[in-house]
Design a protein around this ligand. Structure first.
Ligand code: GAP
Length: 543
């Protein structure tokens, strides 16, 4: 319910629009409107500023205090196809999907869940006939059991009051655990046994380079920004003369042909990532992994996400990627998820030397505890690496080694969505006649609020618009500001509250006499009067 209101507000107030809406939209793609682009840019800027430009964290590593370098990069979206062969994405970056022959819908194999139920199906004459046992399915909903009951009632042509004739067996489980699909009722089907066997589906978008290109010229839109960093590791080391430990950061678009994009921008086919690859000495990587896990978690809280809606979840050994020695997800209780469930905001992975070694040697696979080059039956490497030396030489210790990598990988769209959901608040405030009115407001942290300050002349006469425009021009030099002189002032406040503007400045009759203005705070609703020439400093302090 709350999610529907957030989605409606996003459209109404220009945060997010469905892509190509006038043509009916395109599933999995979104456009950021005039306020959305500011919000998302503020999120990315806050990340870039805190992680790269202004970071000066003092860390204790191997018992010694020190800091570390952070640099940036903006690599291309389309890279040499060999990048994806060596990284493993070409062979391994896929999901399994099942199709329903009846509804023509496609589902992610691991998302279809259900339970066995037995009941008597009504015949053509409306009388219960043979007893059947089927596995009824749905895709994760807020209330899975009631969705299953509805589907079962429909299938058995029973009414709600016959619910007790449904006999449920076992607990809810994924169809991935079933031996065959003949007795499965697909989520949107009327008949059983309509699901196809699961098929692999590579998530990378394919494109062809060149006007006359054929399949040999196939290239891929990057599914992550990380690989652009690994293939530039040597370039950055050489030009920046950075010393390990250091990090390279990148913000940019990534593309995944998700089978079931959903939950607003949470799972899209085109999205932005904010990734850091942090290179460190193998003997210190476990320590750096913990550092980045905790540091990134604290960042979300600093920018306004509530601690009680966030969790840091360490992956179990069986969840870890083949190269990873440790991964933690930062997860948030998005309002579209069932009560108590969390969705991933960011993953922090200890990737060992997997990536740099893959780009040196070729695609690696795990053999026991070792990573070894994957070979064809004729003993040739399956995919050859660059053969370039991507090791690091420490001229102080005279040691040459391949650094280990810690990767904090965040989604800019997911972070933006989480900040939007967290900011959504409803309270009641008295209107001009003293009657309580519901107020919807976005309680953004001032750093990410799209508009920092709005300026209103109380009325559109008596020199107030002129005085207000002058103040507005001054504020615009420092902040993202907005001028509004339309309608009652109370309504103008509500409009700003609804888009999360932390401060409103009103110019009234008194301003013209003593050069004071009122400054209103979005959250406390408190208003103070101050001299107009103190306004910029006051706002800078508060922001
Ligand atoms: N380089 C590692 C990597 O890409 P990931 O967990 O696949 O790891 C990192 O992606 C982050 O990117 C996720 O935590 C999420 O915030 C974001 N992300 C991934 N797939 C997404 C999608 N389909 N839509 C929106 N954001 C996505």
């Amino acid at each position: 319910m709350q999610m529907e209101q957030i989605v409606a507000l996003c459209k109404r107030r220009g945060f997010l629009f469905q892509s190509s809406e006038i043509y009916g939209g395109l599933n999995g793609f979104w456009d950021y409107g005039p306020l959305g682009v500011l919000l998302k840019r503020n999120v990315k800027d806050a990340w870039w500023n805190d992680m790269i430009t202004s970071h000066n964290e003092l860390v204790i590593s191997n018992g010694a205090p020190g800091t570390y370098d952070m640099t940036g990069l903006d690599s291309s979206i389309i890279m040499h196809p060999q990048v994806w062969k060596c990284s493993g994405h070409y062979d391994l970056f896929h999901d399994y999907m099942v199709d329903c022959r009846e509804s023509k819908k496609r589902y992610r194999y691991d998302h279809v869940i259900g339970r066995f139920v037995t009941a008597k199906k009504r015949g053509e004459d409306g009388k219960p006939s043979t007893e059947i046992r089927i596995f009824v399915t749905t895709i994760e909903t807020e209330n899975t059991q009631s969705a299953l009951e509805d589907a079962a009632l429909k299938f058995f042509a029973l009414r709600k009051k016959d619910t007790e004739t449904l006999k449920w067996e076992g607990t809810i489980q994924s169809i991935a655990t079933l031996p065959d699909f003949n007795e499965v009722l697909a989520p949107d089907a009327k008949h059983i046994g309509t699901l196809t066997q699961p098929r692999e589906f590579n998530l990378m978008f394919k494109t062809i380079i060149g006007a006359l290109g054929n399949d040999d010229d196939a290239a891929f839109l990057r599914p992550e920004t990380a690989q652009g960093i690994f293939v530039n590791f040597k370039n950055v080391c050489d030009c920046m003369r950075v010393r390990v430990p250091f990090g390279i950061a990148q913000v940019g678009k990534s593309f995944r042909n998700e089978i079931t994009p959903r939950n607003f921008t949470f799972r899209s086919r085109e999205f932005e990532q904010m990734e850091i690859e942090f290179f460190c000495h193998p003997s210190q990587s476990a320590e750096w992994y913990k550092y980045w896990r905790d540091y990134r978690f604290a960042w979300y809280i600093k920018l306004g996400l509530a601690n009680e809606r966030l969790q840091l979840r360490e992956h179990n050994a069986d969840e870890l990627s083949h190269y990873s020695c440790g991964t933690a997800d930062i997860e948030y209780q998005f309002p579209f998820l069932p009560q108590g469930e969390y969705g991933e905001l960011e993953g922090i992975a200890h990737r060992g030397d997997f990536d740099l070694r893959s780009h040196i040697e070729g695609k690696l696979v795990k053999e026991g505890e070792q990573l070894v080059l994957e070979k064809l039956p004729n003993n040739q490497p399956k995919y050859r690496g660059s053969g370039k030396d991507l090791s690091y030489y420490d001229d102080l210790t005279k040691e040459r080694y391949i650094p280990h990598v810690i990767e904090p990988s965040a989604g800019a769209d997911r972070a933006t969505l989480a900040f939007l959901c967290e900011a959504y608040n409803v309270d009641s405030v008295p209107d001009e006649k003293g009657q309580l009115q519901e107020r919807v407001y976005l309680k953004f942290h001032p750093r990410i609020a799209p508009i920092k300050v709005a300026v209103f002349p109380l009325v559109k006469k008596d020199g107030m618009p002129e005085a207000a425009t002058e103040i507005y021009s001054e504020l615009k030099k420092n902040f993202s500001a907005f001028y509004d002189d339309k309608g009652a002032v109370g309504r103008r406040y509500r409009r700003q509250d609804e888009i999360g503007t932390p401060f409103c400045v009103t110019i009234d009759g008194q301003t013209l006499q003593d050069e004071t203005i009122t400054l209103r705070d979005r959250d406390s609703l408190k208003q103070i009067r101050l001299k107009k020439n103190e306004l910029v400093t006051e706002l800078k302090n508060r922001l």
